[in-house]
Every structure is written in structure tokens, then in C-alpha cells.
Write a new protein. Structure first.
Length: 461
């Protein structure tokens, strides 16, 4: 290997290592690393230099790199740049759609796992000789999981067998071990059962002296087996199914964070402690009527639901996406959908991104589910946005660091003023929603890496 090739290989490894730890994708090669790990970084460089194929071959032999390679393996071809396959790493929309499909597949398997544990409980009870049973199931029919964790652990488990990595293979493995997803414990309780009877509803019993008895009570005892269901969790799978080493667990964790950053809405919204801890906030009945369309306002920090769940997260901290779509749907249709209901719908339909908020595809997905028209719009089309707002449509915008957030945040553009400024409905701030904003601020601070047609979605009825 030449000195030049060694230097190139070292440079790629350094870039990949940094990307694996931070999940940041700035330059093309760094972006390739965040999307496709070592493979992605090498591919980005290979677009300008064929000699990088040597680097690719060298890197593929390293088990430690396989975890970082997963996106290109799951979503595209192993040695292609994504342009030759509908699920290539260069297609962000395809990445998001595939991850949504993976969420749905895992959700179905976990539902099967719940059915499996209930069947095991039934079999245990049948053989117990107990008189009755109770089941404490904190999950109901709801299944909470971290798809990114399952995906990254599966990749680490595959080690160097990259050719066999696929969504179908992962689902087969999870399904084969669905009996390990949930477990149960039980305790047997002796319970006193008292029954009463009277001479009015039974033939009077005759005592030894010939008198009839009135009401009597009879005490018996029953044994009730009380079951409690537990979700073993992704950590259990890492140990008991994938059998990951500590190093593999670390890499899997780093990769899962990268997926979250890549596919999520910008990680935790960066709400200040003052914003999140503010007490007594309620916006029940608030409506904005100063734009072309009357807008029903919802705030994710409303005391009525800010601590309600969005997956395993909270609406207050992570549900700007569902709250924005609550505003849109409640304003453009005859249906009223508040943030808890929209968050539950988003979760059930695979749009929740653990620890990060929502997949970008939530916006067009929810719009279509409620029968609304939706069109993606880029930041280079300001006139389209102004025309849409003037025409009574609403626009959901994905914002990055600036006036609205320190990281990532969905807001709703709800109209224009006579002076050409933009009216907004910010699901995290009523104060910002009362202001009018320069269009330049909105366009400049919109996400540069949004998928699913964003960073703007024009929605109408």
C-alpha cells in the first residue's frame, strides 16, 4: 500500500470515527459517513476519485466498521452509491420511508410478542390448579420500542456478514425470538369469598328444632394467580439474542444516535428550562383569525398534556411534529384532533423517532391520512409559500437553529400580513405565534437537510 493510499485510508477512518461519535454531517464525506458510515464516506470520496475503491475493500474487512455501514446495506447496495437502486443511500426520502417500514415491521412483531406472552400465561394458568387469574399488562395493546436500537444491534450482531443484512432477515430473527420480548411473573393470592343467601330466593332450610333460617352467609377461599407482564427491552436482546460484546454495544449505541440525528426532526428541541417548566399554561379555545384561514392553536407545553407520552418520550419535549399537525388538521378539516390523539396516531403509524421527535414523513403522512392535499416545497421557492398562504393554505416548516429553536423544530406558517410578513403558529411558543416574521428569517433558518419533500409542506383542503 502506497503512502498516499495509507494517508487516504487514515483520513477516511478519522472522518468515520468522528461521524460515528457525533452523528454530524457537514461536508459530503462527513455526510456519507453519517448516512453510510465508512462505506458512505468512501463512496462520497469515490465520486471524485476511483482510487477510493481500494479503500472500500480495505474497510469492508474490518468488523468494527460494519456497524457504521448499516444504512448503505439496509437502504442501498453494498458497493453502489445509491443511484442504481431505489433504496440507495443518496435518496433521503427512501431512507425515511424504509425506516418507517422497519418501524411498522418491528411493531407487528412486538404485537405478536404480546400475544405470545398471553398464550404462555394461559398455558401456565391451565396447569396451575388456581381458581382464577388476573393479568397486569401495563402495555395494553400498545407496544413501545426503539427501532433504531434494534436495527443497530442487529447490524453489530451480523459482524462481517454484511451480504446477508436486510430488513427481511432482521424481522425473521426478531420473530424467531418473539418469545423473549416479553416475560411474566406471578404471585398466588388466597382470597376470601363471601356469598349470602336468604329464604326469599331459596327454599328455607330447616334447623334441628324445626325453625326456618333467614339470611345466611358462607365463606369460602379461592386461589387467584396474579400475573404481571414485563417488556424485556432492547438491552435484553443485545445480551440474550444478539450476544453483543461491550465494544459492539458501544458502536450500536453510536450508530443508533446517528440514525436518530439523520432521520429525526433535529433531536431534542432545545427548549429552555424556563419554557419547559412554566406552570399553568393552557391555551384551550385559542384561535388565530388574523390570517386568510382561521387557525385552531395548540401548544405542546399545555399543562393538559405536556407530560403525556409520545412513544417513550413526552409531548412537551418532543411532539412539535404531531402538535403542528393537530393545528393543521383541526383548522382545515371538520375534525378536532388534539396533540395527544395526533401523537398516538403518529406513534402507531411509525412516525415517532425515539429521543428525537418525529420522522419528517409525518407531515405528508398525516395530511394524506386526513384527506388533505400536500406538496413539498424547498427554501428556494419563497413565492410559492406566499401564494399558498394568501390562498388560505397552511404551510408546515421544519426549522433549525435560530429564532425558533436551538436544534430542530416544526412550526406552522398560517398567513401573511398586509406588509408581507409571515404569521406563524409555533407549537412551543404562544409568544412567537403572536409576532409577525420576515420571510427571509423563515427561509434562511429552514432545515437544509429535510426529507420527505421538506423543509416546507404546503397543505390545503
Amino acid at each position: 500500500m502506497s503512502d498516499e493510499t495509507r494517508q487516504e485510508k487514515s483520513s477516511v477512518e478519522s472522518t468515520v470515527g468522528g461521524a460515528a461519535k457525533t452523528g454530524k454531517a457537514i461536508a459530503n464525506i462527513a455526510k456519507g459517513a453519517a448516512v453510510g458510515g465508512a462505506h458512505g464516506a468512501a463512496i462520497e470520496a469515490a465520486k471524485t476519485s476511483k482510487k477510493w475503491i481500494v479503500v472500500i475493500v480495505a474497510l469492508i474487512a474490518l468488523p468494527i466498521i460494519i456497524v457504521a455501514m448499516l444504512p448503505s446495506v439496509i437502504f442501498g447496495s453494498l458497493l453502489g452509491d445509491g443511484t442504481d437502486t431505489p433504496n440507495g443511500i443518496s435518496d433521503n426520502a427512501a431512507l425515511i420511508q424504509n425506516m418507517t417500514d422497519i418501524n411498522s415491521g418491528i411493531s407487528m412483531i412486538l404485537s405478536e410478542g404480546l400475544t405470545d406472552v398471553l398464550d404462555r400465561i394461559e398455558a401456565d394458568f391451565a396447569a396451575s390448579g388456581c381458581d382464577g387469574k388476573e393479568i397486569n399488562n401495563p402495555f395494553g395493546s400498545d407496544v413501545v420500542f426503539n427501532a433504531n436500537a434494534f436495527v443497530s444491534q442487529y447490524c453489530a450482531y451480523k459482524d462481517t456478514d454484511a451480504a446477508s443484512i436486510s430488513q427481511e432477515d432482521m424481522e425473521e430473527l426478531l420473530s424467531a425470538n418473539k418469545g423473549k420480548l416479553y416475560s411474566f411473573t406471578y404471585t398466588d393470592e388466597e382470597r376470601e369469598v363471601t356469598s349470602e343467601s336468604s329464604s326469599e330466593d331459596r327454599e328455607a332450610e330447616t334447623s334441628e328444632d324445626g325453625s326456618s333460617e333467614g339470611e345466611t352467609s358462607e365463606t369460602t377461599y379461592e386461589t387467584i394467580r396474579v400475573y404481571t407482564i414485563a417488556y424485556n427491552g432492547e438491552a435484553y436482546f443485545a445480551d440474550q439474542v444478539f450476544h453483543l460484546s461491550d465494544a459492539q454495544k458501544l458502536l450500536a449505541s453510536q450508530y443508533a444516535q446517528n440514525l436518530t440525528v439523520l432521520l429525526g426532526d433535529g433531536v431534542y428541541q432545545g427548549l429552555s428550562d424556563t419554557e419547559f417548566s412554566a406552570m399553568g399554561l393552557s391555551y384551550d379555545g385559542v384561535v388565530f383569525s388574523d390570517g386568510s384561514t382561521q387557525v385552531v392553536y395548540y401548544n405542546q407545553l399545555d399543562e393538559r398534556w405536556k407530560y403525556e407520552p409520545y412513544g417513550t418520550d413526552t409531548i412537551g419535549g418532543y411532539a412539535c411534529g404531531p402538535t403542528s399537525m393537530s393545528i393543521v388538521v383541526s383548522s382545515l378539516t371538520s375534525e378536532t384532533v388534539d396533540p395527544p390523539h395526533m401523537a398516538q396516531w403518529a406513534y402507531e403509524n411509525g412516525y415517532w423517532c425515539s429521543g428525537s421527535g418525529s420522522y419528517h414523513s409525518l407531515i405528508p403522512g398525516a395530511a394524506e391520512a386526513w384527506g388533505l392535499t400536500v406538496e413539498g416545497c424547498t427554501a428556494s421557492e419563497p413565492q410559492r409559500i406566499v401564494d399558498a398562504l394568501t390562498d388560505g393554505k397552511l404551510v408546515v416548516a421544519l426549522m433549525t437553529k435560530g429564532h425558533f429553536t436551538s436544534s430542530g423544530h416544526f412550526i406552522v406558517l398560517r398567513g401573511c400580513t398586509s406588509g408581507g410578513k409571515i404569521l406563524v403558529a409555533d407549537p412551543a411558543s404562544y409568544q412567537r405565534s403572536e409576532k409577525s416574521w420576515d420571510l427571509a428569517i423563515i427561509m434562511n433558518e429552514a432545515s437544509k437537510t429535510a426529507g420527505a419533500g421538506g423543509p416546507f409542506w404546503i397543505i390545503g383542503n
